[in-house]
Design a protein around this ligand. Structure first.
Ligand code: HPA
Ligand code: ZN
Length: 349
């Protein structure tokens, strides 16, 4: 845990306080940041007929009852992304939002197979995203590390083929991840391809324990040798797992609005993130797929304040965890943690 000091710790965290905290975002699917407005303009630019007549109709369709009901629409929407400029525009829009919300470092995901399976070259995807990320670093001061995710509903051979296609672009990403339909696609299905990624010097993360059981978290740790667990909230089914995560400071990239929109919890008041924080688990706050789940990073922090009475000190601890859990250097972590403490000193002066 971090030794942050704050003179008024019991105060509820409000939007301006939350915005001022230097934060990282470690669980964000770029395809999930495709806003309906941009989707319509890309559809027009690419001459694509959407199955929706209006933005209102799109938003009405975003009424999910579980992960799969979301994924079906999410993959359909991604079809408007065709050119390098489309991937640039998608990424740039997300970066502008980060800039407005006090996000200083990001490690976003992208799903190459969603695009290569439609006949789009991986080079187009990676170049568009990377060019925007580089512009974001230069023009907005947001540092980054890109993470390539394998789709777990597809085979391990398909994941290997994707890793092979990505090899010429290795310098563009820091790690690999595992996403899509969780239940029935356990971590061990991808043991060999994660080992191959480790051999290439890549970091590993995996979605586990979103809808799937605590055994999937265990599998991600023991078989995939991950440095972070994405979601991981089902660890609450096992005191032993909570203890293991806390003792090892294994980060969980938790996504509160995603969890309520996909009915992992019926109401935000049931969300365990602050209990896990208080037990010493390195939980972080993230938006997952903000265009589909009703809010970016700040809205996720705000929801915890509104529904769970998150204090300013808890919010600052979550921001500090997001720095600790990132793949930046130790020097950079120390610099950002100091920046965070400076902000707290100023705000409570
Ligand atoms: N879970 C699994 N796959 C995903 C998600 C998620 O929350 N978002 C985008 N792909
Ligand atoms: Zn996710």
């Amino acid at each position: 845990m971090h030794n942050l000091t704050l003179t008024q710790p019991e105060q509820l965290a409000d939007t301006e306080f939350l915005r001022a905290l230097p934060k990282t975002e470690l669980h964000l699917h770029l395809e999930g940041s495709l806003e309906p407005e941009l989707m319509f303009s890309l559809a027009e630019r690419n001459g694509i007929q959407l199955p929706y007549a209006s933005i209102e109709e799109v938003k009405a369709a975003y009424d999910f009852h579980n992960l799969q009901s979301f994924l079906d629409i999410y993959y359909q929407c991604a079809d408007v992304l065709r050119t390098e400029q489309d991937f640039y525009d998608l990424t740039w829009a997300y970066l502008e939002q980060c800039h407005a919300e006090g996000v200083v470092h990001i490690e976003p995901f992208f799903d190459p197979q969603t695009h290569t399976d439609r006949g789009i070259d991986i080079e187009i995807v990676i170049n568009g995203i990377s060019r925007a990320l580089q512009d974001g670093k230069e023009k907005l001061g947001i540092s980054y590390g890109l993470i390539l995710c394998f789709l777990r509903h597809l085979s391990e051979e398909a994941a290997f083929a994707t890793l092979e296609q990505a090899k010429p672009f290795l310098q563009h990403f820091v790690g690999v991840g595992l996403d899509s339909s969780e239940v029935g696609n356990p971590p061990e299905k991808f043991a060999k391809v994660f080992a191959a990624a480790a051999e290439l010097g890549l970091k590993r993360v995996a979605h586990a324990g979103e809808e799937g059981p605590v055994e999937y978290i265990e599998g991600a740790l023991d078989i995939l040798d991950v440095q972070r667990i994405d979601h991981g909230v089902r660890c609450t089914d096992s005191d032993a797992m909570i203890q293991r995560l806390a003792d090892s400071r294994m980060p969980l990239t938790v996504c509160p609005l995603s969890n309520t929109r996909l009915k992992v919890y019926q109401d935000m008041s049931e969300h365990p993130i602050l209990e896990l924080l208080d037990k010493g688990v390195c939980v972080t706050v993230n938006a997952d797929d903000p265009a589909f789940f009703g809010g970016y990073l700040l809205a996720n922090y705000q929801a915890l304040s509104n529904a769970l009475g998150m204090t300013r000190l808890q919010a600052a601890q979550l921001a500090a965890n997001s720095i600790e859990a990132s793949f930046i250097s130790d020097e950079e972590k120390q610099r950002l943690l100091k920046q965070l403490q400076d902000v707290l000193d100023q705000l409570s002066a």
